[in-house]
Design a protein around this ligand. Structure first.
Ligand code: GAL
Length: 436
């Protein structure tokens, strides 16, 4: 389908290449060595962590990291400031108000790539964490490509805690039967015909969708663009090599329009986790969602590859749509020392080993043993190493916030009006405005 994308190309697309890392790294290490003479550990006060992890799986992963922090720093009171709403649909606005008002949390969840760099770093609201990165030795355990997308200039601005796969199809194995099977899900036409069969067999909404907040439809768009145009075409949309007016974009929208014939009619009122719940209940056969859905299923006692399975979403095999959660240090963090220790836990092997199996993601660190993960995550860990990497629009890596939220709004219009030409043209206008 598409040629393999080198790690370098991934980094280029996210637009955050840290040019002077080699030279700057040595200098930063020197500075870190100077700074580390003053210990930062503090076992008192509080630690406020801001995220949108409130659903099954994601909340459990966060709780695991809190446990590890608490064991190390029992005197610190952890304040969980999570704001519900998948993909930060509510949290991001709350965070923006707090940051602008000079009331940052001690640390907050932020996606690697543009969401971090062209929002918070650009606005000069973050402290670099370069010295922590160096003193913790993360160069030897976190892939350089991930480091680069959290870097700008000669500094590193946050630590990746995981890698999620945005292009995934989850199916209820008991319901899939001859309707949706992983094999049939490998291309969009076969997938649509499987959905058609399931519907004829009496399942009204074989494809569960929770589109509250619209970002879930942006995920369908980015996945379908990869499916119809290939990973190179998709990446080209962000480096000027592909055009947003290309027919591939229209074709991706047309496939979403067809999928909408098979989704639950209340999709605009429910979020991703409720859609996952419909798959588990058997009301629907499958859902297209990031692997935080796996976290949801396992948190609800479903067994991977027994009760459900997960594969690349239709037509996107050999591509890994990257969604990378990170934590950084906002300027003016009220409990700065505690925040620094939190960042260290996030980047640690123990932290990532505790967090990721529950969260549904794979670790950012390469030394967390694959054996502690379920069979689907093990498959994803292997695929991540060889697949072509594409940055997600919906989850902040590929494009600035203004573009992502503009596309989300447009996709909200699209599910109502289903006007392929109008939406394609509006998205192309957004690209002209924000990606040039
Ligand atoms: C993403 C985030 C994931 C997951 C998901 C649903 O933006 O990166 O960690 O939480 O939203 O809330």
């Amino acid at each position: 389908m598409s040629s393999k994308w080198t790690r370098r190309q991934f980094v280029k697309t996210t637009g955050t290449a840290a040019g002077a890392l080699v030279l700057g790294g040595a200098f930063a290490e020197f500075l870190a060595a100077c700074a580390s003479s003053s210990p930062t550990t503090s076992g008192s006060g509080s630690l406020e962590i801001f995220s949108w992890w409130t659903a099954g799986g994601e909340a459990d992963g966060l709780a695991e990291m809190f446990k590890i922090y608490q064991q190390k720093y029992p005197g610190v009171k952890i304040v969980n400031a999570a704001v519900a709403g998948g993909a930060g649909s509510n949290a991001k606005a709350v965070l923006a108000t707090r940051m602008q008002g000079g009331k940052p949390p001690d640390s907050f969840q932020v996606h690697a790539g543009q969401e971090l760099i062209s929002t918070w770093v650009k606005a000069d609201k973050m402290e670099p964490i370069t010295s922590i990165w160096n003193s913790e030795g993360w160069d030897s355990v976190i892939p350089k490509d991930l480091k680069t997308i959290v870097s700008k200039g000669s500094d590193v601005w946050s630590v990746p805690v995981n890698v999620h796969r945005g292009n995934a199809l989850w199916v209820n194995l008991a319901k899939a039967g001859s309707s949706i099977t992983p094999g049939a899900g490998n291309n969009l036409d076969a997938f649509l015909s499987a959905l058609g069969k399931a519907k004829s067999a009496g399942i009204q909404a074989p494809l569960a969708l929770g589109s509250k907040g619209n970002w879930q439809v942006t995920m369908l768009l980015e996945n379908n663009i990869v499916a119809v145009g290939g990973a190179d075409f998709y990446r080209g949309l962000f480096n000027g090599k592909s055009s947003w007016t290309d027919n591939n974009v229209k074709s991706a929208l047309t496939y979403i329009k067809s999928m909408l014939n098979y989704v639950n009619s209340d999709h605009t009122t429910i979020d991703w986790d409720q859609a996952a719940g419909r798959v588990q209940a058997g009301t629907s056969v499958g859902t297209i969602m990031g692997d935080w859905a796996k976290g949801y299923f396992t948190a609800n006692n479903w067994k991977p590859d027994t009760d459900f399975t997960g594969i690349a979403s239709p037509g996107t095999e050999k591509t890994y749509m990257i969604v990378c959660d990170t934590f950084g240090l906002p300027k003016g963090a009220p409990d700065r020392d505690n925040a620094i220790n939190w960042i260290k836990v996030c980047g640690s092997e123990a932290g990532q080993a505790a967090f990721n199996p529950k969260k549904g993601s794979i670790p950012a660190r390469t030394d967390v043993p694959a054996s502690i993960f379920d069979s689907i995550a093990q498959k994803f860990i292997a695929e991540f190493k060889t697949d072509s990497l594409t940055p997600s629009i919906a989850h902040g890596s590929a494009a600035p916030e203004a573009f992502a939220s503009g596309v989300n709004d447009e996709m909200g219009q699209f599910v109502q009006k289903k006007d392929v030409n109008a939406s394609a043209s509006n998205i192309a206008k957004l690209a002209d405005q924000y990606l040039k």
